[in-house]
Structures are given as C-alpha cells and as structure tokens.
Design a protein around this ligand. Structure first.
Ligand SMILES: C[S@@+](CC[C@H](N)C(=O)[O-])C[C@H]1O[C@@H](n2cnc3c(N)ncnc32)[C@H](O)[C@@H]1O
Length: 311
C-alpha cells in the first residue's frame, strides 16, 4: 500500500479514494478559468487585443459557417426581406448574404453599417453582382463617396465591374463602424442618411453590446410608420422539462466563452421580447422558426423572425 501517490487513484484495502488534485492542477485550472472570464468580460471594451483576436477568429469561422446558416434560413429570409423598400439601413451585413433577398427595384438607397472590414471584399463583390454602386462614407462625409480616387481604382480591379456598370442603378453606402457611438447614440453619418423607411437586422442583435440601446437607436433612425425587419437567434423559453433546463442553462454557461470565438454572440438574449416591449414600436409580429426540438445543438439557438412598425 505505502504512501506512493499513484497517477489515477489511491487504493487502500477495498476502499477506492478519488485522486486528490495537486496544487499545480488546481492552480492551472483556476488560471485558465480566470483568464477566460477576464477575457470575456473585457471583450466589450472595444479595441482590446482580445477583441481583435476574437474578431479575427470570427471572420474565419463565419466565412465558413455563413453559407450553411444562410441556406437553412433562406425560406424565411426571402419571405421577410422581399418586403423591404425605400431608404434602407442594414445593420451588420457581414458578407452581404441578405442582399440577394432584397428587391433592388424597391430600394431608393441602401446604407450598410459594418464594423468588421475583413468582410468588405465579399460584401462589395455581392453588391456589385446585384447591381449596386458601392461607396464608403464617414461621419465627416456621410453622403460623398470617399476617397473618390480609391473608389474608382477599386472598381477597375473588379473583373466584372464593366459588365455591372450597365446594370448599376442604386447606391449602397458602407459605413465602417457600429450602429451606435461609444456613448450609445446613433452614429452621425447614419443619422445624416436617414430617416429610414426600413431597417434590417439578420443575426446581429445577438452580437451588439446592448440590445435595448440598439433597439432604441433603430427606433430613432426609422421614419414614423417605418419598419424594422429582423431575423435573430434568441434565448430558450423558461424551462420546464429536464431537457429544456439543460438547454437553458447551457446557453448561459457557455455564452461568455462562445462570445470570444463568435464575434460577441450571445446565446441567451431575449431580443423578441425586447422589441415587443419597446414603447417605440407597434404592430410587432414575432414568429418562431421551427427547429428540431429534440436536437441539442439546434435547441441551443432557436430562431425568430418578424417585423415591428415605428410609432
Ligand atoms: C453573425 S454576423 C451576421 C452577418 C449577416 N447579417 C448575416 O446574416 O449573415 C453579425 C454581424 O454583426 C456585426 N455587428 C456586430 N455588432 C454590431 C453593431 N453594433 N453595429 C453594426 N454591426 C454590428 C458584425 O460585425 C457581423 O458582421
């Protein structure tokens, strides 16, 4: 028997004692846990090293995941987004997967607000393919394409630009930033291009810093009677069965770490309720997108889609 510490378990007679954790193991585990929590809680303080790391990881993973996600939601996206019209703002277009669901003939101008520049080449390519003229705006020059020289140079580099120029009819303006500034106010260049008849959000409310602030900004930017079109993944309902408890608490447990590799994505947001209970919206329609309720992974991200009309 002796006092030798075996690697798996210590055996005394017939009694089996669980292995004792060494100080080193406890220290390593606690350090990894603490660093993860620190990183996760630090994510929102904009330009930190961890946020840049996280955005790079997300750019890579989303570029690969997006086609599958888009395919599985295409029926609901086309039903929802074909109604979009007028002066339009899309929040977080990413790679531009929503563009093909819009009817360009019904659009006067399309403004896109996207903080992640790594998505721009694909976003721009898709916009040109569909017949938009792409321009970049800033808060200093919200309406004038900048810099014009760089823009025309970039156009020449697009192999199909000439072919497209015949079709080009609508402006698509891209603003590099977030919907709100650091104080939570709508970004000036988006205000300058508004107010909007339609605002679109596809899988974005899960990633913004604060859903209530974003919903308020959307309301601020819409015309009275204008519409907010959204398709989002949300929290599981309040749990009743053991399986529902498992899903509900897994969403909450893994969100801090999940957010680090998925561009600040939260699995536990109640975006549908936040939109429905906003004083700025009426005629709110929220429908669940049916998923396989016995699938663990599908249940972790239940989808909703709908519209809300600005009061
Ligand atoms: C999961 S991706 C969805 C991309 C696209 N809408 C789609 O359906 O494929 C989330 C996008 O929201 C953008 N985003 C996150 N926070 C944002 C904010 N506050 N304002 C604007 N865009 C934001 C991200 O950069 C990213 O492109």
């Amino acid at each position: 028997m002796g006092s030798k510490n075996t690697s798996k378990r210590e055996v005394q007679g017939n009694i089996t004692h669980p292995k004792k954790w060494s100080i080193l193991q406890i220290f390593s585990f606690s350090s990894v846990f603490l660093i993860s929590v620190l990183f996760a809680s630090n994510y929102n303080t904009s330009d930190t090293l961890i946020r840049r790391f996280s955005d790079n990881v997300f750019t890579y993973t989303w570029s690969r995941m997006s086609p599958f996600s888009d395919k599985s939601l295409e029926k609901h996206k086309s039903e929802l987004f074909k109604q979009v019209s007028g002066n339009v703002l899309e929040i977080g277009p990413g790679l531009g997967t929503t563009l093909k669901y819009l009817s360009i003939d019904n659009i006067d101008k399309l403004v896109q607000v996207e903080p992640n520049q790594a998505f721009y080449p694909k976003l721009r390519q898709e916009a040109l393919r569909l017949g938009y003229q792409v321009k970049y705006i800033t808060n200093e020059s919200p309406n004038i394409p900048i810099p014009p020289a760089a823009e025309s140079e970039a156009s020449q580099q697009d192999g199909n630009a000439k072919e497209m120029s015949a079709k080009i009819s609508k402006n698509m303006l891209i603003y590099n930033g977030t919907l709100e500034d650091a104080e939570g106010n709508p970004t000036p260049s988006l205000v300058a291009n508004g107010p909007y008849d339609s605002i679109i959000s596809s899988l974005v409310l899960c990633s913004v810093d604060n859903v209530e602030t974003t919903v308020n900004s959307i309301a601020f930017l819409l015309k009275p009677g204008g519409k907010f079109y959204f398709l989002e993944h949300v929290t599981a309902d309040k749990p009743i069965t053991p399986f529902e408890h498992l899903i509900y608490y897994t969403q909450r447990l893994i969100t801090p770490i999940w957010g680090l590799v998925s561009g600040n994505c939260h699995l536990n947001r109640d975006s549908g309720t936040i939109i429905s209970s906003s004083q700025y919206f009426t005629n709110v329609k929220v429908s669940p997108i049916s998923t396989n309720k016995s699938s663990f992974f599908e249940s972790l991200a239940p989808f909703i889609y709908g519209t809300a009309e600005r009061v």
